[in-house]
Design a protein around this ligand. Structure first.
Ligand SMILES: Cc1cc2nc3c(=O)[nH]c(=O)nc-3n(C[C@H](O)[C@H](O)[C@H](O)COP(=O)(O)OP(=O)(O)OC[C@H]3O[C@@H](n4cnc5c(N)ncnc54)[C@H](O)[C@@H]3O)c2cc1C
Length: 371
């Protein structure tokens, strides 16, 4: 079977890898470099964690996601991951941590509640103002995202024999006949086409533009005094919601930076517009850092990074087959990277085996076992 993949982020690359494993003849087209530094998949890290609020369907998928990454580490000959454990904090009416704990208990992966009074002893890097409940789970960690996509692209071009076409924008796509156009009359055909175009998907397929909305996100990397930096290299991943701004903190591991971001979806923006970010844009996030993180007054912003991802109304993934020979793959809403290897492997399996696309779409939307 011949397959064309549009987009060289984690989803496109993982799908190309998995299709090649299944014996397909694969071509991948990417409008930028491979990897593309403006894609959602390109940053020092992305988190993988079991706590998923009330989305039990996604929480259930996390073990499969880990197994898929293990397969990829074997393929790449390196493990681009560091475990950290996950600390979920809530307060002020926000119930994400409690809901996560309840959903995980129901699927046999309980979190441990830590009394707030004990937090300073267990996690001296934190202040407890505004925190009402705290839950811990040993699982969870940091995927070294940009290193993963770079290694995958190298592997595909090398041993896997995938034909990669960087700096080749796909201008039109026919999902019924599996044909794409790359401008100046050039067309390419296959038996199946997979569009994994990230935040640009609405440009290529305008019928999806209202469902899959680009959202601008700004994250901050920090320089810390040496002693604090050393302490945070052993610190946990933190997912916090104690008010309007939900915060996540990625601890520095294996030479990567310490990063903080929030969960607010802007649901606006153009991924081709300027990427300059200002501290004013993240002032509410910085304010929460001041009250939550011990010694934050001594931290300096090392760099701000503006990035885009694609958001759906209900934050569920869209992996659907709208044409007779064409798939759209948008497992994102700001939480897709952790499932990148799994999404690729499963889509390839469905394409090759002829599994019912509707069942696949339901699984990818996290509806199996969800409430
Ligand atoms: C700030 C931030 C934090 C995040 N944190 C997490 C996290 O902690 N955990 C987690 O699991 N997920 C997280 N995510 C989400 C995750 O990064 C994304 O879900 C995932 O990277 C999406 O991958 P993708 O391949 O769909 O998109 P992309 O990586 O954007 O790839 C799409 C590619 O398609 C190319 N393309 C588009 N149009 C065309 C065209 N017409 N022709 C050719 N090529 C085209 C683009 O250039 C791009 O390279 C985060 C995202 C951001 C932005």
């Amino acid at each position: 079977m011949k397959a064309i993949v549009v987009g060289g982020g984690v989803m496109g690359l993982a799908t190309a890898w998995a299709l090649a494993r299944e014996g397909c003849d694969v071509e991948l087209f990417e409008q930028g470099d491979l990897p593309n530094a403006t894609g959602s998949s390109f940053d020092e890290h992305r988190l993988i964690r079991h706590p998923y609020g009330e989305h039990a369907g996604y929480a259930r998928m996390v073990d499969d996601a880990y197994a898929a990454w293990d397969l990829l580490w074997t393929e790449l000959g390196q493990r681009l991951y560091a475990p950290t454990g996950t600390l979920a904090l809530s307060g002020n009416g926000a119930l994400w941590a409690e809901r996560s704990a309840a959903a995980l208990a129901a699927i046999g992966r309980p979190m441990t509640e830590i009394p707030v009074a004990e937090l300073p002893r267990r996690f001296p890097l934190l202040r407890t103002g505004g925190v009402e409940r705290a839950f811990w789970i040993e699982s969870g960690g940091v995927l070294f995202a940009q290193d993963i996509v770079a290694a995958l692209a190298r592997r595909l071009a090398g041993r896997r024999g995938v034909a990669l076409h960087p700096r080749t924008q796909v201008r039109e796509v026919d999902l019924d006949r599996a044909r794409i156009g790359t401008g100046a009359g050039a067309t390419h055909g296959a038996d199946v086409v997979v569009v994994a175009a990230g935040a640009w998907v609405g440009r290529l397929l305008p019928s999806l533009a209202r469902r899959l909305v680009p959202s601008r996100q700004v994250v901050a990397y920090f320089d810390l005094p040496a002693e604090q930096q050393a302490a945070w290299t052993r610190g946990p991943m933190i997912i916090e919601q104690t008010g309007d701004v939900g915060l996540y903190l990625v601890p520095p591991r294996q030479g990567r930076g310490l990063k903080v971001g929030d969960h607010a979806f802007s649901r606006t923006g153009d991924p081709d517009a300027g990427r300059t970010a200002s501290a004013a844009e993240i002032e509410p996030l910085l304010a929460r850092c001041r009250s939550l993180l011990e010694g934050f007054g001594e931290w300096r912003i090392e760099r701000l990074k503006a990035c885009f991802y694609t958001v759906t109304e209900d934050e569920r993934f869209v992996v659907e087959k709208p044409g007779a020979a064409g798939w759209v793959m948008s497992p994102c809403s700001g939480h897709g990277f952790k499932f990148g290897a799994l999404m690729g492997l499963e889509l390839a399996r469905t394409i090759v085996s002829g599994r019912d696309p509707a069942l696949h779409a339901r699984w990818a939307a996290g509806r199996e076992g969800d409430t």
